[in-house]
Structure formats: C-alpha cells, structure tokens
Design a protein around this ligand. Structure first.
Ligand code: NAD
Ligand code: UDX
Length: 465
C-alpha cells in the first residue's frame, strides 16, 4: 500500500518537526498536522517564520519550503482524520498529576481522546501510528477502543517512537541512527501496515537502519533508550561530586572512560542536571510500570537516576549559597540560560527552574537572560511550582534581554544552559560591572575558567576539585 495522505494529531515539538521533514523528503505525500490548540496552529501558519511555535535550527527553512505545498497545519481534526490513510498520534503524554499513579504514571487521556475521535470519524481502514512515547502495551488499549465502535473499519496499530533530541531535531530526523517500527508481525495486515511505513522512511533512511519489531518491543525500547541516556548523565553527575571532594577532574575522567569503546564518549557531560520533557517523565513511567508488575528492585534501580538528578540540582544551588558566605538574601544572582539545553526554546523540567526556586526560597534576587526563552514562559514555569504568589515571583525574579545589563551589579553569575554565545562574551566588561568578589558558577562546564580567574573571578565548575 502506498500512502498518499497523512494526518498527524499534535503539532508540538515532535509532530511539527517530524512532519515537516517527512513533507520535505516525500513531496508525493500530503500531510496535515492538526491540534486542538488554535494558537499553536496559527503560529505554525504565521507568515513570519520567527513566530513558529518551535525553535529548531533549520526548521523554519523546511517549513517555508513545504508549507502550503504538501504540508498543512489545521484545527479541522475530523476532516484531516477522514482524509488520511495513515494517522500519527503525537500528542503529549505527561506524568499524571492526579489519581492513581499520580506523579509517576503517564497520563494517557490525550491519547484516548485521539483514539475515540478517530473511531468516531473513520469510515475507511486506517493505519494508526503511535508517535508519542507510551507505556508498553498501550497499543492494546488503543486497539480495544478503536475496534469497539461498531463502524466496521479495520485499524492497524504501529509503534514508531521518536528518538529526536531537541536542538538537533532536524538533523536527527534527516539522519537518524535508526527508525523503529513495531507492529503485528504475525499477520498479513500487520506486515502490510509495517511495510507502508517502512516505504515512507525509505525515501531517505537507508533500509538497514529501519528496524521492525513486535509492537511491545518497540514501545518498551523508547522508554528504555531514554532511561539509559539519562542514566549516563546521572552516573557522570554522581562522579562529579566525588571529583570535587578528591581533586579529580570530571572532564578528564569522562574522557578517559569514554575512550573505552565499550563505554563510548557521548552523554558523559557532567551538568547541573538533566531536564527536558522526556527523561524524567519516561523514567517515572518505567518505574511505575515495573512496580505495577511487582518488580520493586527494577523500579528502585531506575528511580535512583531521578534521585541523583534532583540531588545534583540541589547541590548546585547549595553550592551558590555556601560560597556566598551562607546567605544570598537580597543578593543579585544572574542566571545565564533558562532552557533545558542549548538551541531550543523549551524549558520543560529545566534545571534552571529548580535552582531558581531553591535560591528564591533563600530570598535571592534573580535576574535571567536566555537568548530564546520568553519572559512569559519563565514566569509561567515559576508560577507552576506554586511555591509563592505570582506577585512575589515577579518581584524577586527579573528577566532581561541584554546579557551585559543582566550581569550588572550581580554578586554571582550562574550558567544554567550551555548556549554557545556565553563563551564569547566580553568577560572583562562583565567583571568590571559586578559586585566584588565576583563569583561565577558554571553549571555546564562551558567557560574557560583559567582565563576568567586571570580577570579576577572566583570560579566554580561542576566536577572540578
Ligand atoms: P507537545 O506538548 O509539544 O505537543 C503535543 C500537542 O498535542 C500539543 O500542541 C497539544 O495541544 C496537542 N494535543 C493534545 N491532545 C490533543 C488532541 N486530543 N487532539 C489534538 N491535539 C492534541 O509535546 P511533544 O514534546 O511534541 O511530545 C509529544 C510526544 O512525543 C510525547 O509523548 C513525548 O513523550 C514524545 N517525545 C517527545 C520528544 C521531545 O523531544 N519533545 C522526543 C521524543 C518523543
Ligand atoms: C532526549 C533523548 O536524547 C531523545 O532521544 C528523546 O527522543 C527525547 O529525550 P532531549 O531531552 O531533547 O532528548 O535532549 P538531550 O540531548 O537528550 O538532553 C537531555 C538533558 O540531558 C538536557 O538537559 C541536557 O543538557 C542533559 N545532558 C545531556 C547532560 O547534562 N549531559 C549530557 O552529557 C547529555
């Protein structure tokens, strides 16, 4: 079966870039990305490409080329479902904030709503593709909803988890390490559906990198991949604390172990802690699933990855307080960066939020500069914590769009995101305008501390004794 028309439900960080790249690589396929949020759809349709809701290097150029040709953004969900032969579900699957599994399990209400809407609208057979990250065996629940609506349509469900990382989404999509497609390998219809999706990716991904598996393996591989990646960060972060006590240098240790081909060099950058919408959510979900099968040792093992990450964020804010003579009350602390990593405007679970909250509890006055994150977003992140009133958050934390002004009169600067531009600032000028002693806390290990020390800064880098 050759797919000619695709619908993607969910126009977020995954749905938008993924569909833009498929549209670019497959001009013969019409793709409609739909969302219940009309503001998001308007932003995707905005003539001014600066206003796209997702910032990713090279994304605007691709959207500019494909939008209105074979890529469309719309709020008419029913029509897009009706016209498509293949429907990607790419809605959010956040951690549950209520009821059974609160704070651990994935909230599948948006997924279920999609399934019910598809079931209601579909009049012809369709292939449903799980693009969202889902607990293992979700396909079973989807199938049950879709098959019980009584309109005689045959649905095939595939799992096709997305492995892109934010900030490199377009590159990751154009040149993926692998594409994973899980389906009902035991049946003809299942294999036909798998082949239809393989054919789409085969337009630009070498066949040997397209992996097909049982649907349960595919669902579980996504949670496992994120757990392993996050585990590496927590592992090196745990060692960073030991380095600080012993005089070892975490970068040297990371390099030494990373050259072992069995370990490999990637994901060994010690940091203030991992953030992002995926790692914590997916590990919590894995822990919840393990517990639900009574596998308590398995659950405890993976939970430790999250606990170390929390510890790392707290350790960083504690270090700032203790270095500033055990009080930051009334002192200006400047944050360079708020996003959870560079080259994205996404702040979900960013370490900056937790570090800011800890310091605000100590009555610090925080000023933030981030090249891509808006003031509105920063306040929304803080307000969401419910730690203090919205007025207090605005009184204690200011957002500035000039990196030099934001550092003026600061007692300390903390680097929370590894934006490249921070490396090339005029640090002498920044030093001259700060309170003395001028402290700098590099939570990302990106600044040249030897140079900064010659200017006169008091420096702290994670993992250096
Ligand atoms: P997101 O919040 O940016 O986007 C999800 C979109 O779905 C939102 O715009 C929301 O309005 C829309 N939506 C929710 N319910 C809907 C419904 N019933 N009908 C229509 N639209 C609906 O989320 P995201 O970051 O794109 O993540 C989506 C999924 O992909 C999640 O399961 C996530 O775990 C997974 N994932 C994310 C990343 C990442 O880097 N962000 C990477 C890999 C996988
Ligand atoms: C992650 C996975 O990498 C991706 O495959 C999956 O599809 C979604 O989740 P993402 O969260 O976008 O991607 O970014 P990633 O590059 O994995 O970084 C996650 C967090 O870990 C960031 O806060 C990053 O700064 C931090 N990190 C990463 C480190 O602190 N050290 C490292 O060595 C690597």
């Amino acid at each position: 079966m050759k797919i000619k028309n695709i619908c993607c439900i969910g126009a977020g960080y995954v749905g938008g870039p993924t569909m833009a790249v498929i549209a670019k690589q497959c001009p013969q396929i019409i793709i409609t990305v739909v969302d219940i949020n009309p503001e998001r759809i308007n932003a995707w349709n905005d003539k001014n490409l600066e206003n796209l809701p997702v910032f990713e290097p090279s994304l605007a150029e691709i959207v500019n080329k494909t939008r209105g040709e074979n890529l469309f953004f719309s709020t008419d969900i029913e029509r897009a479902i009706d016209e498509a032969e293949m429907i990607f579900i790419s809605v959010n699957t956040p951690t549950k904030t209520y009821g059974k599994g609160k704070g651990m399990a994935a909230d599948l209400k948006y997924i279920e709503l999609c399934a019910r809407q598809i079931a209601k609208v579909a009049k012809q057979d369709k292939i449903i593709v799980e693009k969202s990250t889902l607990p293992v065996r979700t396909a079973e629940a989807l199938k049950s909803i879709l098959d019980n609506t009584g309109n005689g349509v045959n649905f095939q469900i595939l799992s096709n988890p997305e492995f892109l990382a934010e900030g490199t989404a377009v590159q990751d999509l154009l040149n993926p390490d692998r594409v994973l497609i899980g389906g009902d390998v035991g049946s003809n219809d299942g294999n036909e559906a798998i082949d239809a999706l393989v054919d789409i990716y085969a337009n630009w991904v070498p066949k040997e990198r397209i992996l097909t598996t049982k649907v349960w393996s595919s669902e579980l591989s996504k949670l496992t991949a994120n757990a392993f990646l996050a585990q590496r960060v927590s592992s090196i972060n745990s060692i960073s604390e030991l380095c600080e006590k012993t005089g070892a240098d975490v970068n040297e240790v990371a390099k030494a172990i990373g050259m072992d081909s069995r370990i490999g060099p990637k994901f060994l950058n010690a940091s203030v802690g991992f953030g992002g919408s995926c790692f914590q959510k997916d590990i919590l979900n894995l822990v919840y699933i393990a517990k639900s099968y009574g596998l308590n040792e398995v659950a405890d093992y993976w939970e430790q990855v999250i606990l170390i990450n929390e510890h790392q964020k707290n350790r960083f804010s504690n270090k700032i307080v203790s270095t500033l003579y055990n009080t930051v009350s009334g002192k200006k602390i400047t944050f360079l960066g708020w996003a959870f990593k560079k080259d994205t405007n996404d702040t979900r679970e960013s370490a900056a939020i937790k570090v800011a909250n800890n310091l605000l509890n100590e009555q610090a006055l925080i000023s933030v500069y981030d090249p891509k994150v808006t003031e509105e977003r920063i306040y929304a992140d803080l307000d969401y914590l419910n730690s203090r009133s919205e007025e207090e958050n605005r009184a204690l934390l200011k957002v500035d769009n000039n990196p030099y002004e934001v550092c003026e009169n600061a007692h300390a600067i903390a680097v929370l995101t590894e934006w490249d531009e921070f490396k090339t600032y005029n640090w002498q000028q920044i030093y001259d305008d700060m309170q003395k002693p001028a402290f700098i806390f590099d939570g990302r290990g990106i600044l040249d501390m030897e140079y900064l020390k010659t200017i006169g800064f008091e420096c702290y880098t994670i993992g250096k004794g």
